[in-house]
Design a protein around this ligand. Structure first.
Ligand SMILES: [Zn+2]
Length: 271
């Protein structure tokens, strides 16, 4: 049996208020949801791997930068505490930033790539090549679509760029699920027998909410892709999860994410 992930710790790196129509195609633009900002710590052979990095706090707390980057009154980031959310979440998990050996980001949106500054010049960073190509493409497209170049245009970042599905650590496979963004990737995580076996498929923004998965309805936020592309990626992830008997986890569900976090924390407490 190949090695798998030995520990899995979901992180909540903040929240964001946004219209439901951003998460669900055709949903109300009047209904505002407060969605969690996800990260996942995975203890692999070789050390801790972090999936997604949350906000770039400076863009939120500096008034002038906030005005530039978050002009919409109905789409606002919500910080979980006074400091760096990633540092606070890692401290709560008992993991030091220096113990993270590699990072992977699902895509370059500000609520996923904002913490890359902590890792530039330190550890490998896994991303799809198509995502970085789009992120570095001519303004103003990326910034208008929530992809802020300051988060990732750093010559010190040790990119490991993929062109499709690839195993990035023992037991962790990145799966290209483009549509929400041009190079979005989701992650398939196989747990070691010592961690209970089985596994998870982390959709991230290929499926924001449980209803994207259960009703096979597209995410509302897409860059250069129609709703049918998003639906096809949701079906692809459902097939992977069903074939392996893994649980498919949406990226921003206000109920499913806290429930998973509590369940895994309880499992550790028992184990
Ligand atoms: Zn996104």
């Amino acid at each position: 049996m190949a090695a798998g992930v030995r520990r899995i710790v979901p992180l909540t790196l903040g929240w964001e208020d946004l219209p439901k129509s951003v998460s669900v195609e055709g949903a109300s633009g009047e209904q505002i949801l407060r969605e969690p900002v996800p990260g996942v710590l995975l203890l692999c052979d070789g050390g801790w791997l972090l999936l997604d990095t949350g906000f770039n706090v400076a863009l939120i707390t500096d008034p002038a930068l906030h005005t530039r980057f978050f002009p919409s009154p109905v789409e606002q980031p919500v910080l979980p505490g006074p400091g760096e959310p990633l540092a606070e979440a890692l401290a709560a998990a008992g993991v030091d930033l220096a113990d993270i050996h590699a990072v992977a980001v699902s895509h370059l949106h500000y609520d996923h790539a904002g913490g890359l500054k902590h890792f530039a010049g330190r550890v490998p960073v896994h991303l799809q090549r198509a995502e970085l190509d789009y992120g570095l493409s001519s303004p103003p497209g990326p910034e208008e679509n929530g992809i802020f170049r300051v988060d990732f245009d750093d010559p010190r970042i040790d990119w490991r760029l993929a062109d499709g599905d690839v195993e990035i650590a023992p037991g962790v496979t990145a799966v290209l699920t483009a549509g929400h963004t041009p190079g979005h990737q989701s992650f398939v995580v196989r747990l070691n027998e010592s961690a209970g076996g089985g596994g998870f498929v982390f959709a991230f923004d290929a499926a924001d909410l449980t209803e994207n998965i259960e009703q096979e309805v597209a995410v509302g936020g897409r860059i250069g892709a129609g709703p049918e592309v998003s639906v096809e990626q949701i079906r692809k992830l459902k097939r992977i999860a069903a074939d392996r008997g893994y649980r498919l986890v949406p990226g921003h569900d206000p109920d499913a994410w806290p429930a998973l976090t509590a369940q895994l924390a309880a499992g550790r407490a028992r184990g």
